[in-house]
Design a protein around this ligand. Structure first.
Ligand code: F3S
Length: 64
């Protein structure tokens, strides 16, 4: 599983990072910096889905 951010949608809420920091890293001002196709560590698929669902801007997506 991989996750990606649409930087044109991310508004720096950082909810993804607050909930699942091991996957959803952010830059110094709180915007997602995961880029395209960040690999989700094995066993953290549910956490990845949780973080994606928590973004109020729908800026995150999962790629299988
Ligand atoms: Fe951005 Fe959404 Fe996370 S707005 S910082 S991707 S919660």
């Amino acid at each position: 599983m991989k996750v990606s951010v649409d930087n044109s949608r991310c508004s720096g809420h950082a909810r993804c990072n607050a909930l699942v920091p091991v996957i959803f890293t952010v830059d110094d001002v709180g915007f997602s910096d995961i880029g395209e196709g960040k690999e989700v560590p094995a066993g953290l698929e549910d956490e990845a889905r949780f973080g994606v669902a928590a973004c109020p801007e729908q800026a995150l997506r999962i790629e299988q």
